[in-house]
Design a protein around this ligand. Sequence first.
Ligand code: R5P
Length: 291
Amino acid sequence: MSMKVLYGTSSPKLGVRVADALDKNAFAVEHRTFPDGEQYVRIPTDIKGEDVIFIQSTSSDSAILETFFVLDALRENGAGRITLVIPYFGYGRQDKVFVEGEAVSSRTIMRILGNLSDSLITVDIHAPHVFEWYGKKAGNIIPYRSIAKKLGEMGVDFILSPDTGALHRARSVADIMGVPFDHLDKTRLSGTEVEMAEKSLDVNGKRVAIVDDIISTGGTIARASDMLKRSGAEKVYAVCTHGLFIGPAIERLTKATDGFMSTDTIESEYSKISVAKEIAEAIKRSGNRNL
Ligand code: R5P
C-alpha cells in the first residue's frame, strides 16, 4: 500500500509543491463544469486501499462543493485513510452567532467534512475552535517561518500587528527574525471600513511589515500603513497568509504600501511565499503510515 497526493481546482500550484516536498507524484482531480453550472469530478488514478492526501482551499462556494464531491468519490472508490488539507478555509469568519438566528456556516461545512474525511490540516484558520464540529483529528499550522524568512530577505526590521487578535502571529514572526514588534487596536465599522486608535509607534526610519492572517478589502492595511508613515516608517510592506484581495484591495494596497504579498493558500500573482514545506511537515507529523 502506498499513498497518493491529489489536489482540486483551487490549489493547483500548492498541490504540486506539497507533493514535491513529500517526494510524491501529484494528481489533479478531473473537473468540468456543465453548461448549467453544475460540476463534474472524477478521481483520475486508482486509489483503492491507498491513503490519500487531498489538497484544496475552500475559497469559493464551487470549491466547497467540489471538495464534498471529491471526498465522497474517494471513499466510494475504496480509498484508505483520507487526509484533507484545506490551506484556506472559507466561511472561517462565520464561526459563531453574532446576531440571533444566523447560520454558523463554519459549523455546517465542518460537520460535512467530518463525515467525508478522516483527518484535517488547515493553514492559519481564523478560529481553530471550529474543529470541534469536524469531530476528528484536526490541526492548524501557521506559516511563521516562511513569512519570517521572506521578510528577512527583504530587510524588514520591525513587525506590526494591525490588531490584538493577530498579535501572536506578529510576535512569533518577529521573534524568529530577532526584530521588535508592536500592535494597533482596530475596531471594525463595516465590512469595508475599520477604525484604528491613534498610537505612537517607535518606527522612525524602520522598514516595517504589517502581518495579518487575511487581507480582504485592504481597509485594515490602509489604516495601519497611514499611521506607520505618520510615525516616520521608511518603508511599509503588507504580508498576509490569505490574500483574498476583494474589491478595492489592490488599489488600496498599491497606494498605501511599498509592496504587499500573500502565501499560496489562495493562489494569485501576489502569492510570493509558499506554505508547501510547512504543510508537508504537518502531513509527516500527522503520522501518515506511507511517507
Ligand atoms: C480580521 O479579523 C482579519 O484578521 C483581517 O484583519 C481582516 O479580515 C482584514 O480585512 P480587510 O482587508 O477588509 O480590512
